[in-house]
Design a binder for this molecule. Structure first.
Ligand SMILES: NC(=O)c1ccc[n+]([C@@H]2O[C@H](COP(=O)([O-])OP(=O)(O)OC[C@H]3O[C@@H](n4cnc5c(N)ncnc54)[C@H](OP(=O)(O)O)[C@@H]3O)[C@@H](O)[C@H]2O)c1
Length: 321
């Protein structure tokens, strides 16, 4: 571990080290291997392919294309109903399982100690693998309980006991959460049920939705932030923004690449989704450009536009306990 940590101190991306600035983060990204070291001791890629709403042959082709292009992280979930398609895409790519980092998640319907354990077994079977690299609690709420129901927390903590057991038994290598806001995280970390902290929290973050409090809560506990909807689902407010377009023009890349790179330099792992082979390959360019401090500031100053935020997905703040 010490040697790996030593590796991470000097970001070395094309164009030289990232300048020291307030945008430097505590996340231990190794810019040589484009991986991050999790608290579990496992390394994971900083960019992966998202697969929400990607099913059937499109999913098979997307996963295969992404792996052939060089992606080594696939983000799926039982709720996406595409785990078997992901497995077929992996098989079609010819990339060995051990070279791939697979994340899956249990759904709100699968919350609770026994259900969560069984959910993992189901995902393993559908994915045709005997281990997951990372297993996440998809959502702090539980199906059948209102978001304001105090029993939600107890159920969620039962889920966490199951994840810790799954990790001990070797079914999953690392465990984490998704959509956990500061109050969900602090309750879990304070619970006697939590003997192993989540290594990662996946939630919506992009230049239009900065989720500052959630990021801060993760940093306080050394929890890696992974951004979903890093492109705000293709929102033109982001991808057609004139500042983003100007930076992209200057760097000779697409606006999407600028946004992915902004997230990486903020220290957020990125899982952009695309089913378009050109975009899939394009998004990897984020590993090869560098944003100057003033570019980071300009993108960081983007506003969500009229009417407040531009959250594209479900709002986890609605889960009260
Ligand atoms: N944990 C959770 O609750 C949660 C929630 C949402 C998402 N996620 C995960 O995060 C992943 C990413 O988030 P997301 O799917 O919501 O949205 P996203 O990645 O922010 O945006 C996807 C959209 O961006 C477009 N796009 C991708 N690359 C592009 C490029 N280079 N140029 C122009 N457009 C581009 C895609 O269209 P094309 O296909 O045409 O390229 C697609 O319409 C999901 O797929 C899923 O794995 C997790």
């Amino acid at each position: 571990m010490a040697a790996e940590e030593a590796n991470t101190s000097e970001p070395a991306v094309q164009g030289g080290p990232v300048e020291s600035s307030p945008h430097q983060h505590e996340t231990r990204i190794d810019w040589e291997s484009n991986t991050v070291l999790l608290q579990s001791g496992q390394r994971m890629p900083i960019v992966g392919i998202g697969t929400w709403q990607v099913k059937g042959q499109v999913c098979v082709d997307t996963v295969c294309t992404a792996l052939k292009a060089g992606y080594r992280l696939i983000d799926t979930a039982s709720i996406y109903r595409n785990e078997a398609d992901v497995a077929a895409g992996i098989a079609a790519s010819g990339v060995p399982r051990n070279d791939i980092f697979i994340t899956s998640k249990l759904s709100p319907k699968q919350q609770g100690e026994d259900a969560a354990y069984e959910a993992c077994m189901g995902s393993l079977k559908a994915l045709g693998t005997d281990y997951l690299d990372l297993y996440l609690v998809h959502w702090p709420g539980a199906k059948g309980l209102k978001p304001s129901h105090p029993g939600t927390q107890e159920k969620r903590h039962g889920t966490w006991r199951a994840l810790q057991r799954l990790q001990k038994e070797g079914h999953v290598r690392s465990i984490g959460v998704s959509n956990f806001m500061p109050h969900h995280l602090s309750a879990l970390l304070a619970s006697p049920d939590c003997t192993q902290a989540p290594v990662l929290n996946q939630f919506e973050v992009n230049p239009l939705l900065k989720a500052t409090e959630a990021v801060q809560a993760c940093r306080e506990h050394g929890i890696v932030v992974q951004a979903y909807a890093p492109l705000a689902q293709g929102n033109p407010l982001l991808l057609d923004d004139e500042k983003v377009l100007a930076i992209a023009g200057r760097l000779g890349c697409s606006p999407a690449v600028v946004c992915v790179r902004w997230g990486l330099q903020m220290g957020y792992l990125q899982i952009p989704r695309s089913t378009n082979p050109t975009h899939i390959m394009d998004n990897l360019q984020a590993l090869h450009i560098q944003l100057a401090a003033e570019d980071m500031d300009a993108i960081g100053a983007l506003q969500a536009g009229q009417g407040g935020g531009t959250r594209t997905c479900w709002d986890p703040n609605t889960v009260e306990y």
